[in-house]
Design a binder for this molecule. Structure first.
Ligand SMILES: Cc1cc2nc3c(=O)[nH]c(=O)nc-3n(C[C@H](O)[C@H](O)[C@H](O)COP(=O)(O)OP(=O)(O)OC[C@H]3O[C@@H](n4cnc5c(N)ncnc54)[C@H](O)[C@@H]3O)c2cc1C
Length: 225
């Protein structure tokens, strides 16, 4: 049985905090540029005036200037996480590996440990390790092996891949390319970094967020404050 981890790779990005600023400043037919450090011309930064503008846009819900910058990710995650993330639709496009066409050996996601449920149902889980964790880990791997055997059996017998996949569990890994506006990914992160979001989905949001923060630091900071 092949295990796999959650993975988020930034494929491409377009724009910067300055393109956010300029999408707002165009209203007055004005344009801004990055400023450069006198001592080190390789260090560029957004002027105080432009930082304030970005914060103003966020505070007053002028969101369209954040829709001109784009990011594109290739993400690998279990199906139960992908299903949650696919609910975010506005400003985003999603193309995914199809197990109708692909019948390679599936990979499975396994948590580091089974978490105990939380006393508050909205919280989903606590950080505590559930009782008999190791026993359940072994049992789970046996179930995965059984699912995999049955999947291979069906394929070997000539059953079509689009039906054989029915026996694969929700922790089967899937992969998709997810592209969209800066605003859309900030919205995903705001909702999925919340402590009420599922931990595994939060893991994906954190990896997406790291990339957004790197390339759009002022916009990220202004939305996440
Ligand atoms: C912690 C958590 C728990 C959740 N639990 C559940 C659950 O139990 N069951 C479930 O089904 N979903 C659940 N969801 C998913 C949730 O209901 C949303 O579908 C998901 O968060 C995507 O929200 P979004 O605002 O990014 O949606 P998008 O569809 O990407 O919309 C983006 C924005 O566009 C606007 N918009 C979108 N559609 C419309 C519309 N029809 N009319 C007007 N404006 C619109 C809204 O401002 C919206 O915020 C949960 C989400 C989170 C974060």
């Amino acid at each position: 049985m092949k295990k796999a981890n959650i993975q988020v790779d930034l494929l491409e990005h377009m724009g910067s905090d300055i393109s956010v600023v300029n999408s707002a400043r165009v209203s007055f037919n004005k344009q801004s540029y990055f400023e450069y450090d006198d001592d080190n011309p390789f260090i560029q930064y957004v002027s105080d005036k432009d930082c304030k503008l970005i914060k103003y846009l966020v505070d007053h819900n002028h969101f369209t200037p954040f829709c001109h910058a784009f990011l594109s990710f290739r993400i690998k995650a279990p199906i139960f996480v992908a299903r949650q993330l696919a609910k975010h639709q506005v400003g985003l496009s999603w193309n995914e590996v199809s197990r109708r066409y692909v019948n390679s050996e599936p990979e499975f996601y396994l948590p580091d440990y089974w978490r105990k449920s939380a006393s508050n149902v909205k919280q989903g889980s606590s950080d505590e390790v559930a009782p008999n964790n190791e026993g359940f880990m072994v049992g789970t791997m046996e179930v995965m092996d059984d699912c995999l055997d049955q999947y291979q059996c069906l394929l070997n017998a000539g059953v079509c891949a689009e039906q054989a996949r029915m026996v694969l569990p929700q922790n089967t890994m899937t992969e998709w390319i997810w592209s969209g506006s800066l605003l859309a990914f900030i919205r995903v992160c705001k909702l999925r970094l919340d402590k009420h979001a599922q931990k595994e989905t939060r893991d994906v949001a954190e990896l997406i967020g790291n990339n957004v923060k790197t390339h759009f630091p002022v916009s990220w900071e202004s939305y996440m404050k």
